[in-house]
Design a protein around this ligand. Structure first.
Ligand code: MTE
Ligand code: MO
Length: 373
């Protein structure tokens, strides 16, 4: 049974959609209760059994296994395909910590179906996805904008000259899963793309890609390949089902950048004050722009009022872009309120639409609407 060695999972901390392969979402309460999502609550999207390299890491050897993990870099400058240890990559290129959301392109699939009609998720266990295939964490690892120019100077030089058009970085997981992302995106140091070994200061858990994964801030979860064992450059996006059939938009392109997003995670009515407290998160997705404002409406979008954004959490890491979320809250009158919705606007003035265009069921980012009882 290929699923014999799956990690032990606690059904009380995640909402499970499928067991084999394992797929779950983070409950709203866990998303709303802290700036950083805990690894045990963070949603999991597996497409196959958890591979051997992530089986049962013993506490005492977890860190040293990470250091000893090897990744093959195919066809580097001199035509060889060196297998490099994580410890070698760390000492040569250093490590950084970046804050970023991680989101599955299928998040909000249920709302997409409700507002825009059937999609590929209809009739599958994944039509129950609400807003929780998402989380926010601090990820530590080695910058791809340092590794790749050292190993592939020619392609990286060309990518910089020509805006990067032609090359893609291919990531290969030990479970056979593959994904690719344009080299230009990965090479720009402001995009904070890393090969991550740690989440919130701890080695990655088996479900989240131990010992190493790609972590590409603002890019769809599908390209953040877990259990990383190979990296290569290609002139075409990698020919793998998750790249060539799934996780593509209506124009037949691989979904890369996530859209601007805001999500209501909790509403509580105070009967004494007749106020409704609303709270949630917002992030700009692939642009890495700051969130300029989040607004709430109780009349279906006719009038809006501003929510309070918790500034202490707008953390800027080593870059001038922000890929982490901001948390926000608002108090509105509960009188005659039956529904509340929110929308975010980023620093370039881009605002969410009421209903976003259908993208085969992916990256829905219409206003988040919640009925109030
Ligand atoms: N990487 C491998 N090797 N295998 C997978 O099945 N799933 C992808 C991505 N990387 C996947 C993978 C998808 S679709 C998503 S949304 C994210 O991992 C989920 O990451 P998480 O399970 O750590 O939350
Ligand atoms: Mo995903």
């Amino acid at each position: 049974d290929p699923y014999d060695s799956e990690p032990i999972r606690d059904p009380s901390v995640q909402t499970i959609f499928m067991e084999r392969p394992y797929c779950s979402e983070t409950p709203n309460k866990a998303l709303n209760s802290a700036y950083l999502t805990s690894p045990s609550a963070l949603y999991v999207r597996n497409h196959a059994p958890v591979p051997e390299c992530a089986w049962e890491p013993e506490d005492s050897t977890r860190e040293s296994n990470v250091q000893n993990h090897e990744v093959c870099f195919e066809r580097v400058q001199n035509g060889t395909s060196p297998t490099l240890k994580v410890s070698d990559l760390q000492s040569r290129f250093g490590t950084v910590t970046v804050t970023s959301i991680l989101q599955c392109a299928g998040n909000r699939a249920g709302e997409d179906i409700k507002n825009t009609g059937d999609s590929g998720f209809t009739g599958t266990p994944l039509e129950r996805i609400t807003v929780g295939m998402l989380g926010n964490a601090q990820w530590s690892g080695i910058r791809l904008s340092s590794i790749l120019p050292a190993l592939y100077p020619e392609q990286c030089g060309k990518a910089k000259e020509h805006g990067g058009g032609e090359w893609h970085v291919v990531f290969e997981g030990a479970d056979g899963y593959e994904g690719s992302t344009p080299l230009a995106r990965v090479l720009d140091p402001r995009n904070d793309c890393i090969l991550a070994t740690h989440m919130n200061g701890e080695p990655l858990s088996p479900d989240h890609g131990y010992p190493m994964r790609a972590l590409l801030p603002g890019i769809a979860g599908a390209r953040n390949v877990k259990w990383l064992q190979g990296v290569s450059l290609s002139k075409v996006p990698v020919d793998a089902p998750w790249n060539e059939y799934y996780y593509k938009n209506s124009f037949g392109e691989q979904i890369q950048q996530l859209p601007l997003q805001s999500i209501i995670l909790n509403t509580t009515t105070n009967s004494q004050t007749n106020k409704l407290s609303v709270s949630g998160v917002a992030y700009s997705g692939g642009s890495g722009n700051a969130i300029a404002r989040v607004e709430i409406s109780t009349d279906g979008g006719k009038t809006w009022s501003s929510a309070n954004i918790k500034n202490e959490e707008i953390k800027k890491d080593q870059s001038n872009k922000s890929f982490g979320w901001v948390r926000w809250s608002a108090n509105v009158s509960a009188e005659n309120t039956t529904e509340v919705c929110c929308r975010a606007t980023d620093s370039e003035g881009k605002t969410q639409c009421e209903i976003s265009p259908k993208q085969r069921g992916y990256i829905y980012n219409g206003w988040s609407k919640v009925e109030v009882i």
